[in-house]
Ligand binder design. Structure first.
Ligand SMILES: [Zn+2]
Length: 259
């Protein structure tokens, strides 16, 4: 590394950003020596065609105009592409931190240079970055959408239903099970929309539309605070654009406009 690279430096769940510079240079560009050669630096991709590294540091360096920034805020500061790279960086740093020892025999691991894997030199176990798939379902019945809120949402916000895929389960089975468990509704005609990496901490959200097929809304009190059918022209407060849920709901409204 003799040329400048971008650096995503993290301390106490905050990333160092340079304020006011926009998507071009939200992260500092520097040589490793400028940051005292951070231990366990990871190559995480490219930004504007320039290599980007990530590292955990004890204290963020003091650079004029820089500030510690939560990952979520990167989306508002620099857009979806930079947010995705920052999300990838934090997931890889977490993975490296959480697999310093072999889960099978306890030997300290080393990172493989040829692929993203932590390797145990004693027993050969490989630990790859873990991604937890989750399914999101927006259920529609005519001109109404089924939206719900979980207790950790901001006040008044409703969204589509979502839940994690279980071992041995297909995405389709997960979608039907989650909707049944969370609100007691049966669905049909599941249709794929889009997916989104969701780095809080390591999900891949796979979003679907579905049609109502039966049942009465019966919220699971452990997961759902409130759920209801909302007319397309009278929707409640929706999630912020950072999440695929908002794009999913917006797309349903646009489809209704056309039909
Ligand atoms: Zn081992």
């Amino acid at each position: 590394m003799t040329q400048n690279s971008y650096w995503i430096l993290r301390a106490e769940h905050r990333l160092l950003t340079i304020s006011g510079s926009g998507a071009d240079a939200i992260f500092p560009s520097a040589l490793p020596a400028d940051f005292k050669h951070p231990a366990n630096a990871l190559a995480v991709g490219q930004l504007n065609g320039i290599p980007c590294y990530a590292a955990d540091v004890e204290h963020l360096p003091e650079i004029p105009g820089s500030e510690p920034t939560p990952l979520r805020t990167i989306f508002q500061l620099a857009g979806a592409e930079v947010f995705a790279l920052a999300g990838r960086a934090t997931q890889l740093l977490d993975w490296q931190n959480n697999h310093r020892f072999c889960g099978k025999c306890g030997t300290p691991t080393t990172i493989k240079s040829s692929e993203l894997a932590m390797h145990c030199p004693a027993c050969g176990l490989l630990a790859y970055p873990r991604i937890s798939p989750a399914v999101m379902v927006l259920v529609r019945d005519g001109d109404k959408l089924l939206l719900a809120r979980s207790p950790h949402f901001k006040p008044g916000v409703y969204s589509a239903l979502a839940g994690f895929v279980e071992p041995g389960e297909t995405l389709e089975e997960c979608a039907a099970r989650e909707v049944r468990e969370e609100v007691g509704i049966e669905i049909t005609k599941l249709r794929y929309f889009h997916s989104q990496p969701w780095p809080f901490p390591n999900s891949l959200m796979v979003a679907f539309f579905a049609d109502y097929a039966g049942g009465t809304i019966t919220p699971d009190p452990n997961e759902i605070e409130a759920a209801d059918w909302f007319p397309l022209d009278a929707l409640p407060i929706l999630p912020e654009p950072i999440s695929i849920s908002r794009r999913l709901i917006d797309a349903a409204c646009q489809q209704a406009d056309k039909s």
